[in-house]
Write a protein that binds this ligand. Structure first.
Ligand code: PDD
Length: 281
């Protein structure tokens, strides 16, 4: 495997960054994960738009211009011969002597890009079974709209999910409203067949897969309501699922150990998943 690190393509096993990189010391950086499906890098424009937004919110510069970045991403995919898989891209505020204050303006941001293969047969098998979620109290900072590499609450929540036999953890507000998963957006389908997902203005990351599913749903003639929903409403829903570049549409079949509907993946979730992949062709 080959990684791109600050202007060079390096064997993955030997790739590294400086010990005083601000990503390493302060989690002072942002990231993107893009899906590669049948040789296409999905939603590249939306990912780069969101990267630009994350960077500007934190006042980190672009590591190179957008067009160059797009070709480097494609080159990393090509050099790793990824036909189905994931691209990981991380930009930090660069290398500087440890100090909370921003380094001088001429400090170049650091950039790392990697790509890995995933097996579509394995993920399809997972989707046909569905996954389980647990709920945990929201304990993240308020700026979760920024795709920051500071992910400790997410790491702790996912680990807790795993230890409880689940695959994802949902962050819940004190009033019982579902925010999103540790690395996924949360959705339900009402008994009337309406898709519901929380509005992206506050409290969640505006997922790229979430946005693309809006397009897919429109094509399938499905209605979407952007609003919060409670854990209780989700438990009584017709279907529950989550979206992310890593999982696309993944049915959820249990919440805190209680089965959703009949305990099997929902048909709407599975048809959204299929329709999403049709876009990739
Ligand atoms: N996570 N919410 C959170 C907190 C996320 O970390 C992610 C993505 C999403 C879904 O966004 P998208 O559809 O753009 O992937 C929602 C990535 C995949 C990760 O951390 O691995």
């Amino acid at each position: 495997r080959i990684a791109y690190v600050n202007g060079q393509y390096i064997p993955h096993a030997n790739a590294g960054v400086h010990i005083e990189d601000r990503g390493y010391q302060f989690a002072d950086g942002v990231y993107e994960v893009c899906e590669v499906a049948r040789g296409n890098i999905m939603d590249m424009t939306r990912h780069l738009d969101r990267l630009g937004r994350s960077l500007s919110e934190l006042r980190i510069g672009w590591p190179m211009n957008r067009k160059a970045l797009q070709s480097v991403i494609a080159e990393v995919v090509r050099r790793n011969r990824v036909y189905n898989g994931l691209v990981y891209l991380q930009v930090t505020r660069g290398v500087a002597k440890r100090d909370h204050i921003f380094p001088s303006a001429d400090t170049p941001p650091s950039i790392v890009i990697t790509a890995k293969r995933t097996d579509p047969v394995v993920s399809a098998a997972r989707a046909s079974k569905g996954i389980k979620v647990i709920t945990v109290p929201e304990n993240r900072w308020e700026r979760v709209d920024i795709k920051s590499i500071g992910l400790l609450p997410n790491v702790m929540a996912r680990q807790q999910a795993k230890e409880q036999g689940a695959q994802e953890a949902w962050f819940i507000d004190p009033d019982g409203t579902v925010k999103e998963g540790a690395a996924t957006n949360a959705w339900i389908v009402t008994m009337d067949g309406i898709l519901v997902t929380r509005q992206a203005e506050t409290g969640i990351l505006r997922g790229i897969t979430r946005t693309t599913i809006f397009d897919v749903a429109k094509k399938l003639g499905l209605k979407i309501e952007e609003r919060g929903f409670s854990v209780e409403e989700a438990k009584r829903a017709r279907e529950v699922f989550m979206t992310a570049a890593t999982t696309v549409v993944m049915p959820i079949v249990a919440i805190d150990g209680e089965s959703v509907a009949n305990g099997h993946p929902g048909t709407i979730a599975l048809s959204l998943r299929e329709a999403f992949f049709d876009i990739a062709e």
